[in-house]
Design a binder for this molecule. Structure first.
Ligand code: C2O
Length: 546
């Protein structure tokens, strides 16, 4: 196994997109940032130096961080932010994961421009579980604002309303040629007749689940979130923010140019969204040269309608692990978490310009009616490790405080989220099941729920209210897929299982950034087990302090 050392310098950089130049926060002046390419079993040491004007941290999305929770990155959960002028080195090892993950800033909305791919090849000398691809590329799907994203979220927080929607989606940082002033920089993936390309698709957008498709080419899905899958063929993918999907594409069409395109899957009702399409081009190397002055227009694929939940359902039902896996069958901790948006009444001391949510309210969001608030002068993991009281409590409820028809109309007076910093404590080694239930408060929506520090099995998902009597019998305890982010169906539920064998403080949140801003998160605190191998490592010497 190798050690990979990297220097990340975070700084404001002029970036031109959609006809305008802005200063954007980037890593090493690149957008997207540098790619980390490793083998399973390798160790990374990434020194992050903050030369920007904002506090920041970086998260290695999906990396298990076994006993290295200090390197996980969410600000005020596992570390204090790296202040302007300071550095911190994230050290961790990839243990057992193969495929595609990614990294991103985990402070405010900085991840709009601070992100990059993590490519994990098989262990050195080991093969892929599919024929070796001729070419390996990645497509980072992103979201671009013709404004500073930090200002966008600050304005939303001030007014209590919904933030402005983005101005473009991007592929590897470029909007693509359907947008103004963007045609020169459209990203091109080369392919040759008969070749098979491994294409790693990553949804790094802030607030939008996305459909992805390629004109005239089928995709064979072989992995997701750095776990292999039983291969299946599809012509469209749906990825929630945070999710990755690895596909094989074969050059079996007439040599030419074909669009690869991504567009919104929007399940929230009556909410404005960015309905534009980003493109890249799949280009055959043997494509005939057009006559001078003639340009070949790539073929455009059909994308599903923005609200096509049926396509999403049949896509996610195709996911299986390649073989029988060890899913916990006995459960020690059976948890039920509701996922809600909410509306808070305007506080009496607030002016109307601060209450611009629906009917003079302020948007909020919660799990089990708890709206998560980060500490601001120490991280939860430091407080846990050093036994510092008063930073967080461990009374996050295992079940929702009131029960009702989660997918029916509910008066919001029943459901006024309580702000607080509440974690749920798990014993080392406990076998955990969490039912994640969407609700219809404000609007039902497909929520990508991400858990740090773990991969989990998705044993079932469905629509309506989860019913333990009739739905338990449908659990797949044989070959469910393993992921780190589950797209909980709109007006429905998903059930995940895992063994709590990684000590630390692990945030679980909706990966739509606006929902984290509003509090849709909690923290799972996992105690140390016995002995050195079941305990969190000591904090690194350069861990930033508040
Ligand atoms: Cu990719 Cu907590 O995030």
């Amino acid at each position: 196994a190798k050690l990979h050392e990297h220097e990340f310098v975070v700084q404001a950089t002029p970036v031109k997109r959609l006809c305008n130049t802005h200063n954007a926060i980037t890593v090493n002046g690149q957008l997207p940032g540098p790619t980390l390419e490793v083998n399973n079993g390798d160790t990374l040491a990434i020194r992050v130096t903050n030369k920007a004007q904002y506090n920041l941290t970086i998260h290695w999305h999906g990396v298990r961080q076994i006993r290295t929770g200090w390197a996980d990155g969410p600000e005020f959960v596992t570390q204090c932010p790296i202040r302007p002028g300071e550095s911190y080195t994230y050290r961790f090892t990839i243990e057992g994961q193969e495929g595609t993950l990614w990294w991103h800033a985990h402070s405010s909305w900085l991840r709009a421009t601070v992100y990059g791919a993590i490519i994990i090849h098989p262990r050195e000398g080991r093969p892929y579980p599919f024929p070796k691809p001729h070419r390996d590329s990645f497509l980072l799907l992103g979201e671009w604002w013709d404004a500073n994203p930090i200002d966008v979220v600050r304005e939303a927080t001030r007014t209590g309303g919904a933030p402005n929607i983005s101005d473009a989606f991007t592929i590897n940082g470029q909007p693509g040629d359907l947008y103004k002033c963007s045609s020169q920089d459209t990203f091109i993936v080369p392919i040759d007749s008969g070749e098979t390309n491994l294409l790693r698709v990553i949804n790094a957008a802030l607030n939008q689940p996305l459909f992805f498709t390629v004109a005239n080419h089928q995709m064979v899905v072989v992995g997701a979130d750095a776990s292999y899958l039983k291969p299946f063929t599809t012509n469209v993918l749906m990825l929630g923010p945070g999710q990755t999907t690895d596909v094989l594409i074969t050059g079996d069409q007439p040599p030419s140019k074909y669009y690869m395109a991504a567009r919104a899957y929007q399940s929230a009702q009556n909410a404005p969204f960015d309905n534009t399409t980003t493109t890249a081009i799949l280009q055959y190397k043997s494509a005939p040269c057009p006559a001078k002055g003639v340009s070949i227009k790539p073929l455009m694929p059909n994308l599903p309608a923005y609200n096509d939940t049926n396509t999403v359902t049949s896509f996610s039902k195709s996911f299986r692990s390649p073989r029988r896996v060890e899913v916990p069958t006995e459960i020690d901790e059976s948890l039920f978490f509701t996922i809600s948006l909410g509306l808070n009444n305007c506080p009496p001391n607030f002016g109307s310009s601060q209450c611009q949510g629906p009917n003079g309210t302020r948007f909020t969001a919660s799990m089990n009616n708890e709206s998560f608030v980060l500490p601001n002068n120490i991280s939860i993991l430091q407080a846990l490790h050093h036994g510092i009281p008063g930073v967080f409590t461990t009374d996050f409820p295992a079940n929702p405080p009131v029960k009702f028809d989660y997918t029916g109309n509910v008066s919001r007076s029943l459901w006024q989220p309580v702000p607080g910093t509440k974690a749920y404590k798990l014993k080392f080694g406990s076998r955990v099941q969490i039912v994640l239930q969407d609700t219809s408060i404000v609007t039902p929506e497909n929520h990508p729920i991400h858990l740090h520090g773990y991969d989990f099995y998705i044993v079932a998902q469905g629509f309506g209210n989860f019913d333990p009597k009739k739905d338990t019998s449908k659990f797949n305890l044989v070959d469910p897929p393993m992921r780190n982010t589950v797209a909980v169906p709109v007006n429905g539920w998903a059930v995940i299982r895992f063994v709590a064998d990684n000590p630390g403080a692990w945030i679980m949140h909706c990966h739509l950034d606006v929902h984290i801003t509003w509090g849709l998160a909690t923290v799972l605190v996992v105690e140390n087990g016995f002995g050195e191998l079941e305990a969190l490592e000591p904090p690194p010497e350069d861990l930033p302090l508040c």
